[in-house]
Write a protein of this length. Structure first.
Lengths: 489, 238, 345
């Protein structure tokens, strides 16, 4: 706990924000102030207005991201600072490090802000060193950004902001795309920073806060653009109340029946080499109809390569893939659209699989190509538009992240493939959306279909899946019931 | 090996390109090409004369043979006259192309975008502009990765690209749109991240690894100038 | 603290990302071009059908940022990216891409034009920009290739530029706007009526047809025999007059000459015409004149010194209603075709 007498550093008064492309206000007349040195957890689901609020605090809205803004944000007695002026005091780490890096090396990236501020070479050198030390990752200094893991990238993104010695550090869901270990790494790094500097004000938006639970000063929860909870003294809560706030568990789907379908998918000694690296080594496995297989492992363990080989998106180099009575091997290539009749595939990034300009066209893209499932697509479309208050002509890119994901899953499964492969269905999703997505997958499974889900989420694997396969450096290190996962991962 | 200032190299590249077009003599061109190829071997610069480059060289050569007959007639069949002049000209023009490609490889193979960027700032190009090269190069591999993802996503959802114009346009449409969306939805975050770190705060910025203009670079610049004129006069004589 | 810049950080980021996208996709576009060549069954050329795809990014950058100079900046940066990626054109791509960007900037110069997203100026910008690559390549590497071929390829590239750089990039911008990713300060007048949209398509198509027909017409008629009935002899002379062949026919001579041009070669053969020296003498050049410029109807000209044309080596022949220079012993460049004026200087 920091001293009660600290003065307010940021003062938000009657803030409302509306984007031109949306009908409703994203932030609705909110007021609060944050004290110097406070560690604030900004909670709330994806559409709650957290990102909008943080972009306003940094001055990016409306100076860079156009929006209609009412009310005031007072920082150091002024409410008219540009992002460049604010950058001397407030820095913000965005959700996806990939979209905020502007150089190719770790060192250059951290130096970027220091160079703009015209620091001397010696000062820059020292700042880079101490910042990396604060985050426990000095060894990354001379690496290329593209060789880093997701967690390392996020740490570098934080370092590039922290090196500027801000008074306020804003973090927008820094762990939402990470595997559990990387997530812990990043959270620990943040914890370190917060411990080291009593002066630094931290505003952290996050769904899961893990070990930070004992470090937070305050919780500010947004719901639908309004403050629904503001707990000034987080540490006064008992542990039950704390856990309740960061609850992220799935209901138990009670998978007890051992599925006894016939074998629908069989891999025979699959090996894959990409860019000179052996990604998959001699993998054999069988999947029976009606199974729900969680495919797990750390970033770079070969999960994505495996599912892409199964679906014919990457040509099988060694070994065979049998899908029902179809055989794929290097001497017998089958075009992916043929495989696509039997396997539906949902990619991780929703933006890479939206092709059309209206919700209707997008929903029917696959069915039209396969000449199958058009009527079903129209029914799904009607249900989605009425439930979520959308229009057939709505542009898919104006949908929320969660809606895009659901649209992806619907549109990839309308032609009724036997197997659905879903790559990281929950990355970047809040809990509410994650539950909805899980339900959609459950509905599809209930039709007797087989699911392969690439995921980091052990809790999900245990409660939702019937089987888990863990990969490590291209090899299967676990294949069995999800309940015993904890010991393996 | 001495590290040459990237701006001097850029100057050499431009000079070289101009030179190549002033050379009208076979011998001079061969001499020039042999220098370039030697440099390429010394610096172990990557660059392969793949199919498309060879196709272009051949196309350039054939264009001269077919369309520009001049000088002594060697052979003639049907509409095509094979003349001494056109063969020589074909060699010279395709040799020019070959030199330009080799030169470009030499430049690219020994220069990092970030070096060129800070070198350009050094000679007065505002850093907000010269930095764009680094920024653009950083996103190229990302877009290439996204390109393959998008194409896979099309295929698995049943898009067949027929071998006709309509199929091509469909392919182009469904490929470029998702990528354009991806690029444009990055703009705000990236601009925020850059301005949030003071991009444009001052007219000039500091460099962690400044690129120096050394005395060697000055000497080299003068040498390039002299070599250029020399080469030109030699080519007039020969 | 910072003054306001002409290009905001956001503009610069847009330029960089679209250049990266265009540069990164250039291999893919090249592949599509080759695919078309194979479909048509020619080794090269038909790929120009995809030329418009290369300018799409430049047009998009200009249309999205609506600032002067964005086209040139995007063109240059995209060229640099392609150079660094080791494209098949080497450093030439810098020139090609820079010119493409510059042309888009010029055609869409007015900021209100950029914002209007009107089909006609955008199509023209895309078309001209795309076609310029053919011209530049011809200048550098395909000198001497018949103009008709260059014109055909340019037309193909122009059409492609109209479709991709004009129509498709406008559609892309509309889609981006609907998707909430780009914004306009001036909203289009509520829902452009459909007929305006169709009218723009019709205008584009008419433009395309007119261009093609115009090109064909030019080559079939205008180009072959523009036909000047007479030559004006002007300049530093006492007697400016109009030269008509028949009036000088008693001076007709026949010489034998060989045409050695950079483009064409004609072996030695006989030509009949009026010596340039006689035509000149009739004009009574002033003492201070030293040379004579022979100008063609298309603006091309060649300069002879008085001393060079004393004898019968340079004559003006008249053939197919066209006056041509026959210059024995002179380079092909002196053989001016379709002479329209002789100016003493």
């Amino acid at each position: 706990m920091r001293s009660e007498s600290s003065k307010a550093i940021v003062d938000v008064r009657g803030l409302s924000v509306k984007y031109a492309s949306r009908d409703n206000f994203s932030v609705k007349n909110i007021s609060f102030s944050i004290k110097k040195g406070e560690f604030v957890w900004l909670a709330g689901n994806s559409a709650s207005g957290k990102s909008t609020l943080m972009n306003c605090l940094s001055g990016f809205i409306p100076h860079i991201i156009p929006a209609e803004v009412n009310g005031k944000i007072i920082f150091r007695g002024r409410d008219d600072m540009s992002p460049l002026q604010l950058s001397r005091h407030i820095t913000m780490v965005h959700q996806d490090p990939e979209t905020q890096f502007c150089t190719e090396n770790v060192e250059d990236e951290i130096a970027f802000g220091l160079e703009n501020r015209k620091l001397s070479g010696r000062k820059m050198d020292k700042r880079i060193q101490t910042t990396l030390e604060d985050l426990n990752c000095s060894e990354l200094r001379h690496r290329k950004l593209h060789t880093l893991s997701g967690g390392e990238k996020q740490k570098v993104a934080i370092a590039s902001m922290l090196a500027l010695n801000p008074e306020v550090l804003i973090l927008d869901e820094p762990t939402s795309n990470l595997d559990p270990k990387s997530m812990n790494d990043v959270l620990t790094a943040i914890e370190n920073v917060s411990r080291k500097s009593e002066e630094l004000t931290i505003i952290l938006a996050e769904h899961r806060i893990g070990g930070l639970v004992d470090q937070l000063d305050r919780v500010l929860k947004l719901d639908n653009g309004k403050i629904s909870k503001d707990i000034l003294d987080f540490q006064s809560l008992n542990s039950d109340e704390k856990t309740k706030l960061s609850d992220y568990s799935y209901p138990d789907y009670q998978r007890k029946v051992k599925p006894a379908g016939k074998t629908i998918l069989r891999l025979e000694k699959i090996s894959m080499t990409l860019g000179g690296n052996k990604i998959l080594k001699n993998i054999s496995l069988q999947v029976k109809a009606g199974e729900i297989v969680a495919i797990m492992g750390r970033n770079g363990s070969g999960k994505t390569t495996l599912v892409k080989a199964i679906s014919g998106l990457l040509e099988v180099q060694k070994g065979k893939v049998h899908i029902s009575d179809m055989v794929m091997e290097s001497s017998n290539k089958i075009p992916p659209y043929k495989v696509g009749e039997k396997i539906g595939f949902v990619f991780q990034n929703p933006n890479h699989q939206i092709f059309e300009n209206t919700l209707k066209e997008e929903m029917l893209f696959g069915p039209k190509n396969f000449s199958k499932g058009i009527a079903k697509g129209k029914r799904k479309l009607q249900r989605m538009t009425s439930q979520e208050n959308l229009d057939e002509t709505t542009h898919p890119h104006t949908l929320s992240f969660g809606q895009k994901r659901r649209l992806n899953i619907y549109s990839s499964s309308l032609h009724d493939p036997d197997i659905m492969i879903i790559d990281e269905p929950f990355s970047g999703q809040d809990h509410q959306n994650a539950l909805m997505i899980a339900d959609i997958m459950d509905d599809y499974w209930k039709k007797g279909k087989t699911l392969l889900v690439v995921t980091h989420d052990i809790d999900f694997a245990k409660r939702f899946c019937t089987r888990a396969i863990v990969l490590k450096r291209g090899k299967t290190v676990y294949d069995g019931v999800p309940n015993k996962l904890k010991e393996v991962v | 090996m001495i590290k040459v200032n990237p701006v001097v190299k850029l100057f050499a590249l431009v000079m070289g390109a101009v030179m190549v077009f002033l050379i009208h003599s076979m011998i001079m061109l061969l001499f020039f090409i042999s220098i370039l190829v030697t440099l390429k071997l010394i610096y172990k610069v990557k660059g392969r004369f793949g199919k498309s480059i060879i196709a272009l060289v051949v196309a350039i050569f054939l264009a001269q043979i077919i369309f520009v007959p001049e000088g002594e007639l060697i052979m003639e069949w049907w509409l095509i006259q094979l003349t001494r002049g056109s063969i020589e000209k074909g060699f010279i023009i395709s040799g020019r192309f070959f030199s330009l490609i080799t030169m470009s490889w030499l430049f690219v193979g020994t220069t990092e975008p970030r070096e060129l960027s800070s070198g350009l700032s050094n000679v007065g190009v505002p850093y907000r502009f010269s930095f764009l090269l680094i920024l653009a190069m950083r996103f190229v591999p990302i877009f290439q990765f996204e390109l393959s993802n998008v194409q896979q996503a099309q295929k698995i959802r049943g898009l067949k690209v027929d071998n006709n114009i309509r199929g091509l346009i469909r392919s182009v449409r469904y490929t470029t749109m998702p990528l354009l969306y991806s690029a444009m939805s990055t703009v705000n975050t990236l601009a925020s991240s850059m301005e949030g770190r003071g991009f444009g705060m001052y007219k000039k910025k500091a460099f962690l690894h400044p690129v120096e203009f050394t005395i060697w670079d000055a000497i080299l610049t003068v040498f390039i100038l002299i070599a250029g004129f020399e080469l030109y006069y030699l080519s007039l004589l020969l | 603290m910072p003054e306001s810049y002409h290009f905001s950080t956001k503009d610069l980021v847009t330029i960089a990302l679209l250049s990266a996208l265009g540069g990164g996709l250039s291999t893919y576009i090249g592949y599509l071009g080759n695919l078309i060549n194979r479909m048509v069954g020619v080794p090269f050329g038909a790929g120009q059908f995809m030329a418009g795809l290369h300018v799409i990014w430049i047009v998009l950058a200009v249309g999205i940022t609506r600032k002067k100079g964005v086209g040139t900046a995007t063109g240059l940066l995209k060229g640099m990216v392609e150079l660094f990626l080791g494209g098949t054109h080497g450093v030439v791509i810098l020139v090609v891409s820079l010119v493409q960007g510059l042309l888009v900037d010029i055609v869409l110069f007015k900021d209100s034009t950029k914002e209007s997203r009107n089909m006609v100026p955008y199509s023209i910008a895309g078309g001209i920009s795309a076609a310029s690559n053919v011209i530049i390549f011809q200048l550098f590497f395909f000198a001497g290739v018949p103009m008709i071929l260059i014109l055909m390829l340019s037309m193909l590239a122009f059409g492609s530029g109209m479709i991709f750089g004009g129509y498709i990039s406008l559609q892309m911008m509309d889609s981006l706007e609907q998707g909430g990713l780009i914004h306009r300060t001036i909203k289009p007048k509520d829902e452009r009526p459909a007929y305006i949209k169709y009218a723009s398509i019709v205008v584009t198509v008419i433009f395309l047809i007119a261009f093609t027909v115009g090109g064909v017409y030019y080559f079939n008629n205008v180009y072959v025999s523009p036909g000047a009935e007479e030559i004006n002899v002007t300049g530093n002379v006492n007697n400016e007059y109009t030269f008509v062949y028949d009036e000088f026919s008693e001076n007709e001579v026949t010489i034998s000459a060989e045409l050695i041009g950079s483009v064409t070669y004609v072996p030695e053969q006989n030509y009949t015409g009026i010596p340039l020296s006689i035509i000149l003498a009739h004009s009574e050049p002033l003492d201070n004149s030293s040379r004579v410029r022979v100008i063609s109807t298309d603006g091309y000209s060649a300069i002879f010194n008085h001393q060079e044309i004393t004898g019968n080596s340079v004559i003006i022949s008249y053939h197919d209603r066209q006056y041509n220079v026959v210059a024995d012993g002179f380079d092909g460049a002196y053989w001016v075709k379709d002479v329209y004026e002789i100016r003493v200087e």
